[in-house]
Design a protein around this ligand. Sequence first.
Ligand code: AMP
Length: 220
Amino acid sequence: MGSSEPRLVLLGRQGAGKGTQSIRLAEHYGVIHVSTGDMFRTQATQGTAFGLEAKRYMDAGDLVPDEIVVGVIEESMVPGGPLGGGFVLDGFPRTLQQARELDRVIAGDPIDLVIDLDVPREIVFDRIAGRRVCEECQRVYHVNLRPENDWVCDTCGGAVRQRDDDTEDAVERRLELYERETVPIVDYYRARGLLTVVDGVGPGDEVFERLVKVCVEQLT
Ligand code: AMP
C-alpha cells in the first residue's frame, strides 16, 4: 500500500450489501466512500439535466453509459480533488471499459485491493425486491420486517420508499447485466493479483469482520 490510506474497490451483485459495507469500511479507515449510484440519485433528486438523464437508465435497470460515468469519476480524481487520497469505490467500476479508464485516471497511485463481496443470486434477488430506502438519509429497510408499504424513517423521519429501480423486472435485468458486464472485471483484477473474494452471506457485523480481516491481511 502506497500511503496509510487504502484505495479499495468493492465489487458485488446489487443487494450484496456493498453499499452498507463500503460505508463502514470507509469510516473504519477514515477515507472517502464513493458511490456512483448515490451521485446519480442525488443529481436526479436535484433535477439536473445530467441527473435526469442518468435516472432514465437507472429506472430501466440499465447501466448508465460509460462516458457519463467515467466523466463523473474523472472530475473527482483530479489532483487535489476528493479522490487524491484513500477511498472505497462502491458500484464503480462496473464494466471492463470503466476498469481500464479507472487505471488510466489513477495511473500514478493504483488501487491496493479489490474485494468481491460474494452473495448468490437467489439471496440478493429477495433482498433487493424487498428493499425500502429512506429518501433523506438512505437508511435501508426490508419489507419482511415492516409490512406496510411506505413509512417514516426511524432515524431521521424521512419518507421510506421503494427505489424506482428496485422493481422485480429492473432487478432481474440488473442481475443479468452484472453477470455480463461486471463479472469480467473480477478476472481482470484477479489476473493482476489484486482480487480477494469475501463471503457476503450472514449478519452484517460478521461480514464486516471478514472484510476487515482480509484488509489487514492484504494491505501490508
Ligand atoms: P447502485 O446504487 O450502485 O445500485 O446503482 C444504481 C444504478 O445506478 C445502477 O443500476 C445503474 O443504473 C447506475 N450506476 C451506478 N454506478 C454505475 C456505473 N459505474 N456504471 C453504470 N451505471 C451505474
